[in-house]
Design a protein around this ligand. Structure first.
Ligand code: FMN
Length: 257
């Protein structure tokens, strides 16, 4: 199946714009991402929720793409685009989607790599795992590529990382700093809120070298292996976003997650 990528600015610097169409194959993405049935949170609990899927491999990370339908055409349509290495950020994206759907919004979850256009959405939430102190390159590329369209819509960012295993002013400051590269790279897009969430440490997901590096680092930081995502906090953040992303007049760059 051929997928038309629209909206993306794939050349030029900040503000140079241009409406460029690029053709890619979805199969390419499937190979790259091992998109799977289901979600990190288990089977979707939403009424009217659908899931796109690819090839499933036992034990492989899960990168769901899902959507919910609500009958009210007037409700905002929200895209939650996420970048993830090992699946835990995908689970956060799904939880945000579920909370927004419960609030009556039309929420869709997609990997940043598979989004073709964002102009169909009233608001966009972009989230990424943190690797080496910043968002994943594909997530930064997403914001960079769609900057013109994103700049015209309510946008919120979130991240998952392990610095937030302990939630203190110091770890929150560090986590907020992980956003700096994308905020500086694409100043045209000003998020109305930043959600900062603890992620997952699962050594079985890593190759031998990465496991050794991460073990040394995490033991030093006192982060134990496990799923440190706080679903109540994630849900509360998503619920707080509802007026922020629904109302174009609400001006609040903030960190509330
Ligand atoms: C190679 C690697 C580098 C990481 N770098 C950081 C980091 O700089 N700061 C941090 O707080 N967490 C870091 N983490 C932790 C991840 O952000 C965390 O495990 C997150 O939940 C991963 O999300 P994902 O499962 O969606 O890929 C790193 C993880 C890996 C595997």
């Amino acid at each position: 199946m051929r997928v038309v990528k629209e909206d993306r600015n794939i050349t030029g610097g900040e503000g140079q714009g241009g409406h460029i169409m690029e053709e890619i194959t979805r199969r390419m993405f499937m190979k790259k991402g091992a998109v799977m049935v289901g979600g990190v949170l288990g089977a979707p609990a939403l009424v009217g929720l659908g899931t796109r899927s690819g090839v499933a491999r036992a034990g492989a990370p899960v990168f769901p793409e899902s959507w919910c339908r609500v009958p009210d055409a007037a409700k905002p349509r929200v895209l939650i685009a996420y970048g993830s290495m090992h699946g835990s950020t995908a689970g956060v994206a799904e939880a945000v989607s579920r909370a927004l759907c419960d609030e009556g919004m039309k929420a869709e979850v997609q990997r940043v790599e598979t989004v073709n256009r964002v102009s169909d959405y009233d608001a966009v939430i972009v989230g990424s795992a943190v690797r080496s102190g910043q968002w994943l390159p594909d997530a930064v590329d997403f914001v960079q590529s769609f900057r013109d369209v994103l700049a015209e819509r309510p946008v919120a960012y979130f991240l998952t990382c392990l610095s937030l295993y302990q939630d203190t002013p110091e770890t929150r400051r560090r986590a907020a700093g992980y956003m700096t590269p994308v905020l500086e790279a694409v100043p045209k897009v000003v998020p109305r809120d930043l959600g900062l969430f603890a992620g997952v440490l699962d050594y079985t997901r890593y190759n031998v070298v990465m496991r050794m590096v991460m073990k040394r680092k995490m033991e030093k930081l006192g982060v134990p292996e496990g799923d440190h995502r706080d679903w109540n906090r994630i849900q509360a953040w998503a619920e707080r976003l509802v007026p922020v992303i629904s109302d174009e007049r609400v001006p609040l760059p903030a960190v509330s997650g």
